[in-house]
Write a protein that binds this ligand. Structure first.
Ligand code: ZN
Length: 312
């Protein structure tokens, strides 16, 4: 365990350094070096893998087996080849299904190319609706991306959940409370006991609450609690961002951080604090070293959202 934590910390430093470069780009998504490092398939449990770069820029999940590959999310790049190359190291089968956990560009990038290869795309109803307009992401006050092409849209959408009976699994993709966005899905693989949590859960930085797309901080706490409730001692959790994968202890750590922030901000609000007072009080000072080192999303970005939500 201690070895993995060490590795994680050094990679977080790499991620932070990359983000620093990315923050000066025009997109502001903050994490795209000129030549992205290749995706690599990392075994999680059973037939489930996560495809990641060392900088963990939009992690993917993959269930492999004789029925074909079921993918969770599709990276930032519009090119499907990096995904196919990473998969080729662990399976000869082609991709059949893709689930988008939410709308953000770093999770739907290769949708159109994969769809053109015959992959069926699934997502919550709201993700398809959000694809009918340019996409706004919250970093740096709200940055716009072009509307995704029509082929990128999910073909099959669900209002609550859908189950895939493939490769001996009964994969459940289901809506969670409005948290990172309003249309986040968790994807659970019961046989492998792996939960792909999308961007509701990240291990390398403060959570992003995308209020432009329906996210709420309270829902983030609820969704994290739900993930903890679903998890046993052997459950593996794939984060949306943050290298590798973790377990229930990793969820507990994030849950503790979220509740700590909520309670401290609520106490300040109850004492009559304005937003400026809250920022000046630095209620996350003890957390910033662990969670606030990604320059494009620090406590200064998160606290106004928490304040707005709990002062109403
Ligand atoms: Zn996201």
């Amino acid at each position: 365990m201690s070895t993995r934590i060490t590795v994680l910390c050094s990679l977080v430093a790499v991620a932070a350094a990359t983000l620093l470069v990315g923050a000066r780009t025009s997109t502001g998504i903050g994490a795209q070096p000129a030549t992205p490092p290749p995706l690599e398939a990392i075994h999680v449990a059973g037939d489930v893998y996560t495809l990641q770069t060392p900088t963990a820029q939009g992690n993917l999940g993959a269930l492999i087996g004789p029925d074909g590959v079921l993918l969770v999310d599709a990276q930032f790049s519009a090119e499907s080849q990096p995904i196919l190359d990473a998969l080729a190291a662990v399976t000869d089968e082609s991709v059949r299904f893709l689930i988008n956990t939410h709308i953000h560009p770093d999770h739907i990038g290769a949708n159109a190319e994969l769809a053109n290869q015959g992959v069926l795309i699934f997502a919550h109803d709201l993700v398809r609706e959000q694809m009918l307009d340019p996409i706004r992401i919250p970093r740096r006050g709200g940055v716009f991306f072009d509307q995704p092409p029509p082929e990128a849209r999910p073909v099959i959408t669900y209002d609550k959940e859908v189950t895939f009976h493939v490769n001996g699994e009964a994969v459940r993709s289901f809506l969670v409370p409005p948290s990172h966005t309003g249309g986040d899905s968790f994807v659970y693989f019961p046989s492998a006991d792996v939960l792909a949590a999308g961007d509701v859960f990240r291990t390398n930085m403060y959570p992003i609450v995308d209020v432009h797309n329906g996210g709420t901080f309270g829902g983030l706490i609820e969704a994290t609690a739900l993930a903890i409730e679903m998890s046993g001692p052997d459950t593996k959790i794939i984060p949306g961002h943050g290298f590798g994968f973790t377990d229930r202890d990793g969820l507990d750590e994030v849950y503790g951080m979220l509740v700590d922030i909520r309670d401290r901000v609520q106490t300040l609000i109850d004492d009559g604090a304005s937003l400026d007072d809250v920022l000046e009080a630095r209620p996350t000072a003890h957390l910033d070293e662990r969670w606030g080192s990604v320059p494009s999303w620090t406590a200064a970005d998160l606290l106004p959202i928490v304040y707005a939500e709990y002062s109403n």
